[in-house]
Write a protein of this length. Structure first.
Length: 265
């Protein structure tokens, strides 16, 4: 089971949007996929139109009030399920985070999912605090969205340093899948300049070739609580983009051997 951590230093850079659409693209590629919401703000639920605050989730599993299989929610795609934070009062987010980051809680929950899913996507809250750190300790791979803006290099440096630290101290097998430029606006010369600096400074494929453009459709989809709908009435380039990204990342996660490759001969 691959555990893909979607994390970044900054908020509002597209972590949840990427977790959802990429998770759906993994499911469409035949992977049994779970999107797990670790952000107590509940934006995965909101974006899916599942934001029923009364519905139990991760918080209730941690108190022992619910069993994990009972709080997994099915979606319209039979290969995709979601696990939301559950009943977390915005005033007690600290308590939720404390419970989630206590000892081996998160890795224990992930352990229970082993065998049930091929890919688990962990949608982290903004920042490099204890939740993101725990997720990196429990994960197998990390993907970090980055907006091409003047402070991008600094925030990228911070997450790369955290990934290095976690790898050195706790999780030697954690693999950086890459940095994905998100909400990219080709019309803005400053964005292009930042992107060029990044490509020059980080050769070797760290900055992924796929770029997520700034597109109103994402905003519209999360307002309507319907990324699945987005995938149905999607403008073709956007859906192809996530399907291609899913295929590329799966190739990096599980490189095909020569025998598996359906070559011409
Ligand atoms: P994060 O999880 O990093 O805080 P979100 O994915 O929730 O970021 O995105 C923040 C807001 O920006 C949301 O309203 C979302 O719909 C919108 N958004 C995300 N990605 C894009 C994009 N590529 N183009 C336009 N709007 C986007
Ligand atoms: Mg988010």
């Amino acid at each position: 089971m691959h555990i893909l951590v979607v994390a970044s230093q900054k908020g509002g850079v597209g972590k949840t949007t990427i977790s959802l659409n990429l998770g759906l693209a993994f499911a469409r590629a035949g992977q049994r996929t779970l999107i797990m919401e670790l952000d107590a703000q509940g934006s995965v639920g909101l974006s899916l139109g599942l934001a029923d605050r009364a519905r139990p989730g991760l918080a209730e599993v941690m108190t022992g009030a619910e069993a994990l299989p009972d709080v997994l929610q099915r979606t319209r795609d039979p290969q995709l399920q979601v696990l939301l934070v559950g009943r977390v009062d915005p005033a007690t987010v600290g308590g939720f985070e404390e419970a989630l980051t206590r000892g081996p809680v998160l890795s224990g929950i992930l352990g229970q999912l082993r065998g049930e899913f091929d890919v688990v996507v962990l949608d982290c809250p903004a920042g490099l605090g204890r939740v993101t750190t725990r997720a990196l300790e429990a994960g197998t791979h990390v993907l970090t969205p980055l907006q091409a803006e003047p402070l991008a290099l600094r925030s990228l440096g911070q997450i790369l340093a955290l990934v290095d630290r976690v790898r050195a101290e706790k999780n030697t097998s954690l693999t950086l899948l890459g940095v994905i430029l998100s909400m990219f606006d080709r019309q803005t010369p400053a964005s292009l300049e930042v992107a060029e600096t990044l490509w020059t400074k980080f050769p070797g494929g760290i900055i992924l070739d796929t770029i997520i453009p700034r597109d109103e459709t994402f905003l519209e989809a999360s307002l309507r609580g319907a990324p699945l709908l987005l995938m149905q009435k999607r403008p073709p380039p956007l859906s192809r983009l996530f399907d291609q990204l899913a295929t590329d990342l799966l190739d990096r996660i599980e490189p095909k051997t020569a025998e598996e490759d359906d070559g011409p001969i």
